[in-house]
Design a protein. Sequence first.
Length: 247
Amino acid sequence: MPQTEQSTAPVETGLDTDRTSVDEVLARMRALDAALPPGDGIAVFNRVYLAVTQEVGRRIDTGRFPDARAAGTLDVRFAERYLDAVDPPADRRPPACWRPLLQFRRHPGVRPLQFALAGINAHIGHDLALAVVDACRSLGCEPDELEDEFDRVGELLGSLEERVREELMPGPDLLEIADPLTHLLGSWSLERARDATWTAARALWALRRLPDVAEEFTERLDTAVGFAGRMMLTPLSGLTPLSGLAP
């Protein structure tokens, strides 16, 4: 049976965190972590995202979000987008933004840092905008009412990006590829991606009564984020360091 394209448009699920909790999405992430080989590209990103989701859960439990229900709903909708992308139903394809990571997840020439940041790119650049709209529909609110929660989750992601770069940047034994890797990934900024995502979320919310336009907007966003992800996953084994290239 041929696969059908998975709709990436925001969906009205009717769920709230009483039925789909942070603990439940954490359990799905831990199950993925246990099932995948450590070097698998999805496993690399999953470990990164698991750490973030655990921290969000701790901060919700300790009252560090202004609105715990809103924060939990946004976090769950966000995580569900990722989990449905990397483990979709048999008759659906994952969104375009996730396909490069799924395709290159076992490529020996792609470094762990590339896997992690490509996952962050797909999840922030595409999934978060749709998750904001999903959460607004579940909570019956406007995007501006979720801005504090969006910003606080974004702060966590920003600190995570720094840690990812520190932990996964190539060591001395991989200096021959460090220059092209630094050049390739240094052009991407999580802060810029977050700003663009917030704009996209507000645009999608404004377009919710124009489904054809909203679908086209979402497809173009998905394609653009996927293109950036494919560039981030360029295999680097055997590349000459940029410092050694002729001008």
